[in-house]
Structures are given as C-alpha cells and as structure tokens.
Design a protein around this ligand. Structure first.
Ligand code: AKG
Length: 290
C-alpha cells in the first residue's frame, strides 16, 4: 500500500526507476511516500505556521489558483500575502513533482485548490459526513467529477515533530463490494434539478452519485469503521506523499500543519484506466457510469 520513493527535490528530472515505480503503483492504489522530500519554509513562513491553528482560522485555509484568493484565514495584510505566496509555491512544487514523475498526466492535469491544514485533527468535532477521521474515499457533493480522478499531494510541515497519522483501508473493489448492495436506484431528473438549483456546478453523472454514496455509506457505518482491516501510517514532518484519494480508503486521525494540493486528472491520461474507480464501478454495477 505504501511505495517509498527516496527523491529529494520537487523538480525533476527523476530517475527512470522512480518514474516507472510511481506510474505502476499510484494507479494500483498505493500511497507514494517521499520520506526525504521536505517543503522548506523561510523565517516569515515559519513564524506564520507557528502562530496558525491558534488564531481562529478555519481547519482548512485554501487558495484557489484560478483567482489567487485565499479563504478561511483570519489574518490580513502582509501576513495573508505571505500565506498566499507559500500556498502558491507549494502548489507549483506539487505540480512540478507530479509532472516530473508522471509525465503522461501533464496534458490531462488540472491544478485545483491548495490548502493549509493548521489545526490538530484529533479531538476535532465535525458532522459524520465531514469527519475525515472516518475511513472514506473522496467525492465532492457540489463538484461533479464525471470520471475525472482526484490526485492529492500532501506535505507535513509541522515544526514540533508531530506526525500526521492516517489509517488506510481495504482496496477499492473490496470497499465498493461492501456497500454497493445497498446502492439506491438512480432518481430520474435529480441530477438535472440539482444543477438547475445551483447545488452542483455541473450535472452529476451516475459515477458521481455512486462515489458520493460510497463516501457517505462508509462514514455512516460505525461497525465497518471499527472492523475494516487497516494499515496505520505516520507521515513525519519533512516528508511528502501523493495518493488518488478517490480510490484509496483513508482516514486522517491525528496531526496538524499539513499542506495539500489537489489535482484533477482526465481519465484519458491514465496509464491503466481499468484500475480506476470509473472502470471498477462500471464492471461491478454492469452499467455505464458517465
Ligand atoms: C481528505 O482530505 O479527504 C482527508 O481525509 C484529510 C486528509 C488529511 O488532511 O491528512
């Protein structure tokens, strides 16, 4: 489940061996772990990270690279400019890493939001649906993916040595097989109406409905949360990791001060599309998904 790649720079070119292993293992559902890939901070960024988490900012401070706007933080002025620049630098570094290791994604890769997650996870309260301490695969209620993949790059930038702790659950097919028997039938007109009402940015495909169902059904099932076989992983400060979070069941149970960059990947850019949730669900449900 964990493929360790000992690279030390966010910019390639990377060794053929690293590129081959990244391409083979990521789409097979592994987490690519880069134990020596730290994201260095300068003095002003370090001061900002040190004070974050206690200033009332949201659990997720995010930068939209399309607008350059940073949302969720209570800071302003030069501090906000420093934070925005740090997030943008991380987003660009993550893109350079992905394009260097997985060059076949470059033409089908969209950089989405970059986030800073300063707040300690353990003990944090949220609704069951938003509780990322429960195992889940990612799906977005308002942003239909229509088969595009969700690839995320994380870095732990905590200054006091706190690891980020994840639980990684069973493979996607095993996860889906557990919940698909109770998948509700599609409701004609629902995706049209949700789009019309502005609840979703585009029409949800059946793929989006099934992925949201899998996200919710897993988080709601406390018995499965307790009993599912998991691998416990600590991501210490100074490391980075990349994972298809729409495929890999994951729960983040402890840690603070992480950076995260989301990418959307076109299905046509995948090396092995038959391993993607879109193909797995089509096969398991016996029906077209998009
Ligand atoms: C998610 O964003 O889907 C999570 O589960 C949180 C991961 C993290 O912040 O480490």
């Amino acid at each position: 489940m964990i493929e360790t790649l000992d690279i030390v720079s966010w910019a390639g070119p990377y060794d053929d061996n690293f590129r081959r292993r990244a391409a083979e293992r990521l789409e097979a559902g592994a987490v690519l772990l880069f134990p020596s890939l730290g994201f260095p901070l300068d003095d002003t960024e370090t001061a900002l990270v040190r004070s974050a988490g206690s200033d009332g900012s949201a659990k997720n401070i995010s930068l939209d690279p399309a607008t350059g706007q940073c949302k969720g933080s209570t800071i302003s002025g030069t501090e906000l400019a420093t934070l925005t620049a740090m997030l943008d630098r991380f987003g660009k570094s993550a893109r350079s890493l992905v394009e260097g290791l997985l060059p076949h994604y470059a033409a089908g890769l969209e950089r989405a939001r970059t986030s800073f997650r300063p707040v300690e996870i353990s003990g944090r309260h949220s609704s069951w649906r938003q509780d990322d301490k429960r195992l889940h695969v990612d799906a977005f209620p308002s942003r239909p993916m229509q088969g595009r993949r969700i690839l995320r790059v994380f870095a732990n930038i905590d200054l006091d040595g706190t690891p980020r702790h994840w639980r990684i659950g069973p493979d996607f097919e095993t996860y889906a097989a557990r919940f698909l028997p109770s998948l509700p039938r599609a409701v004609p007109g629902k995706s049209w109406l949700l789009h019309r009402l502005g609840v979703t940015r585009a029409r949800r495909s059946r793929y989006d409905e099934v992925m949201l169902f899998l996200h919710d059904a897993a988080k709601r099932d406390l018995g499965w949360q307790r009993d599912a076989p998991v691998q416990e992983v600590d991501f210490p400060p100074g490391c980075a990791w990349a994972v298809f979070t729409d495929q890999v069941a994951h729960a983040a149970t402890a840690g603070r001060n992480a950076l995260e960059q989301s990418f959307y990947v076109e299905p046509g850019a995948l090396a092995r599309p038959e391993t993607a949730p879109l193909a797995v669900l089509k096969r398991m449900c016996g029906a077209a998904m998009v």
